[in-house]
Design a protein around this ligand. Structure first.
Ligand code: NAD
Length: 238
């Protein structure tokens, strides 16, 4: 298994880089991950709240959770790892940032185009007319929120069991297959189809570098697994 120096050399030499981030990259900004400590809200598991079934059963409860998450995220700021990816984007002729995060911290750090596989917590979608709009109010004045058409509004995110936004997975696969280096940062890599991009990039010939505080199911198959916080390791890798 390669070490940090080897990984830095691969990254320096690569013209084409793709990055996939997960909740772990925002952990040092104070945003709880789903898996690991601190991810629970009132004893509910995220898998019991981030589903279409939970929303159909109790939209107010689901919205209370999202309101709490929006409050937590609003207090947070991008960290050194988010900023390092902005720098990497500037350096590389071909660069794609794929994220599973919905928190908007990559946008706030200054990243350009971002493939948000799981949507954006700062957007709303009407379940009746399909309208889609940004909303950064914290806290939301009335739960559950409603659209101007009177329809019930849902968060603009992808829930467990739902398909990803049209065409986005294709774009992510294209970037993963074209990349010389594929960087995987702060994801437990258990949520599909996003996790499938890791073996896909590897089979397509990319050097895969993982950064995580813990080993994951893919650590043994990547070319380099760096153990530690993204905010410390990513700046060192650059
Ligand atoms: P996850 O919670 O399943 O896993 C987080 C991973 O990050 C773990 O493997 C953990 O070991 C690692 N980690 C924790 N702190 C780290 C650090 N400082 N540096 C590097 N790694 C660290 O998250 P996931 O894999 O992204 O999948 C969960 C789903 O939850 C995603 O679909 C995502 O949409 C959603 N989610 C998003 C946010 C967010 O937007 N910030 C937060 C929680 C969950």
């Amino acid at each position: 298994m390669a070490d940090l120096d080897q990984a830095r050399e691969w990254l320096t030499r690569a013209d084409s880089v793709a990055v996939m981030t997960g909740a772990g990259i925002s952990a040092e900004s104070g945003i709880p991950t789903f898996r690991g400590s601190g991810g629970l809200w009132k004893d509910y598991k995220p898998e019991d709240l981030a589903t279409p079934e939970a929303f159909a059963r109790d939209p107010r409860l689901v919205w209370e959770w999202y309101n709490w998450r929006r409050e937590t995220i609003a207090k947070a700021a991008p960290n050194a790892a988010h900023r390092a990816l902005v720098e990497l984007e500037i350096r590389k002729p071909r660069f794609t940032l794929i994220t599973q995060n919905v928190d908007g911290l990559h946008d706030r750090a200054g990243s350009g185009k971002i493939l948000k596989l799981h949507g954006d917590i700062w957007r709303m979608r009407c379940t009746a007319c399909g309208a889609n709009w940004p909303d950064r109010r914290v806290p939301l004045p009335k739960l559950p929120p409603h659209c101007a058409c009177g329809g019930l509004t849902r968060p603009g995110v992808v829930w467990f069991g739902e398909p990803l936004p049209d065409g986005m997975m294709k774009e992510a696969e294209h970037a993963a297959s074209a990349a010389q280096v594929f960087l995987v940062i702060g994801t437990s890599a258990v949520v599909h189809p996003a996790a499938g991009l890791i073996p896909y990039a590897k089979q397509s010939g990319a050097r895969v570098i993982e950064i995580n505080t813990e080993p994951t199911a893919y650590s043994a198959m990547v070319d380099c697994a760096l153990l530690g916080p993204a905010g410390e390791l990513l700046p060192k890798l650059l």
